[in-house]
Design a binder for this molecule. Structure first.
Ligand SMILES: Cc1cc2nc3c(=O)[nH]c(=O)nc-3n(C[C@H](O)[C@H](O)[C@H](O)COP(=O)(O)OP(=O)(O)OC[C@H]3O[C@@H](n4cnc5c(N)ncnc54)[C@H](O)[C@@H]3O)c2cc1C
Length: 392
């Protein structure tokens, strides 16, 4: 490890490792890169605990564009992330998302569909009869329609994607160190060094905050406020005796979702805001499954009356309190401190686009491909949210 780096990335999860990979690959960047990761087993990181979904069905154009790039990247992952001729296997299942709507939700669904298709996303609006035809196991009686992603949507192995970015970044000369960032030296509107718990001070020209649900703690080390909080989410795994074939990742009008996983399924739901306190533990609560999810699943798919809960896990969203959207780019007063935070449940699918975007900001001081200025930190100061209508 050097005493000083051109770029130090705090957090080596899927976002930090994507930034490292894209930065190392920028032809106009010849500098040194260090990723500081406190736990290289990633036992608690959100990435490995994610549901692994990628979708084009957002309402915010920039979110759609980021996922569009993400899907293209995944489909040609061997061209980007192969090491020594060995392409990574991230098990991308391109089975689509299906958003369902009642009469009340139909205007939002059709409005979103218009935005998505105008940007080239392949999404079909289906009537209840068409839904029934596509998915004979689905109860459509209370539905007014659904939107089904026909391409570039589905799910993948999140941990495999993280490892693929990390392995490739290392092969390009990026240093990874197991340590914790415990301090940041800030002088005259710049971060001049990071303080590591074990290795001490490392000088730096640029710093990226990729600390996931701990991002606010890292920002605070630089005296900066970041409205990103750790919010616990549960994923429940279940088996069903009846065969449910061709299931996409389905999102019920209630917000309950499920998708196939191996021979079984996974499912979940976000809690109401009033029951969504900051939380760092991994304790599992089965009540949401018993009281909300299972009854909803059984109503939507009658064969799910007879499912067996197999296990569950908990992970933490890096929840942006302002608008549940990413916060990207430099702090207005600390120009070499870059945020890549607040993804609130989208960070896995956005990691390729975010990695590329942050690398462009570091090298060129501006976005070169996707213009993501809308996600700048400034909106935190002005309190102007980006309203994404498809928050899951
Ligand atoms: C249950 C669940 C389901 C999800 N489903 C989806 C989904 O379907 N699709 C999707 O796109 N996204 C999903 N997400 C969100 C996604 O997982 C995250 O947005 C994404 O993984 C964030 O990646 P990250 O690298 O920023 O954070 P993390 O993976 O949490 O990595 C951050 C890393 O920073 C390290 N770190 C923190 N502080 C320090 C420090 N001071 N010093 C050194 N290292 C530090 C941590 O150890 C950690 O490894 C889901 C999340 C959860 C919890």
């Amino acid at each position: 490890m050097l005493q000083s780096y051109d770029a130090v990335i705090i957090g080596g999860g899927v976002v930090g490792s994507a930034v490292a990979y894209f930065l190392a690959g920028q032809t106009d960047f010849q500098g040194s890169i260090l990723v500081v990761e406190r736990d290289p087993t990633y036992g608690e990181a959100a990435t490995g605990r994610s549901a692994g979904g990628i979708r084009q069905q957002f309402s915010t154009p920039e979110n759609i564009r980021m996922s569009s790039f993400g899907a293209a990247f995944l489909k040609s992952i061997g061209d980007h992330l192969a090491v020594d001729g060995e392409a990574p296997e991230v098990s991308f299942v391109e089975a689509g998302y299906l958003f369902l709507a009642t009469e009340a939700g139909l205007p939002v669904l059709t409005g979103n569909h218009a935005v998505q298709t105008s940007l080239g996303a392949q999404v079909a609006l289906l009537s209840p009869a068409e839904l029934r035809q596509h998915f004979p196991w689905l109860n459509v009686e209370d539905l007014a329609g659904g939107s089904l992603g026909l391409a570039d949507e589905g799910w993948l192995d999140p941990y495999a994607l993280l490892q693929a970015f990390r392995r490739k970044a290392r092969s390009l000369g990026v240093d990874y160190v197991k340590d914790e960032v415990v301090g940041l030296d800030r002088e005259d509107g710049r971060i001049t060094g990071v303080r590591l718990g074990e290795a001490g001070r490392i000088g730096c020209a640029a710093v990226v905050n990729a600390a996931g649900f701990r991002a606010a703690d890292v920002a605070r080390l630089a005296g900066l406020e970041l409205p990103v909080r750790p919010r616990k989410r549960f994923v429940y795994v279940f088996d069903c005796r009846t065969e449910i074939s061709g299931a996409p990742l389905l999102i019920d009008p209630s917000g309950v979702y499920f998708r196939p996983e191996g021979a079984g399924f996974i499912c979940g739901v976000s809690p109401p805001e009033t029951a969504d306190a900051d939380c760092l533990d991994f304790e599992i609560d089965y009540a949401p499954f018993e009281e909300i999810i299972w009854p909803t699943l059984a109503h939507r798919v009658p064969a799910f009356e007879a499912i067996k809960l197999v296990r569950a896990w908990a992970g933490h969203y890096d929840y942006n309190m302002l608008d549940q959207n990413a916060i990207l780019g430099p702090h207005p007063e600390v120009g070499n401190f870059f945020f890549a935070n607040g993804f609130s449940g989208h960070g896995l699918q956005q990691s390729p686009a975010v990695g590329r975007a942050i690398s462009e900001l570091i090298v060129y001081g501006a976005y070169r491909t996707l213009d993501l200025r809308r996600f700048a930190y400034d909106r935190i100061l002005t309190g102007e949210p980006i309203r994404e209508l498809n928050v899951v």
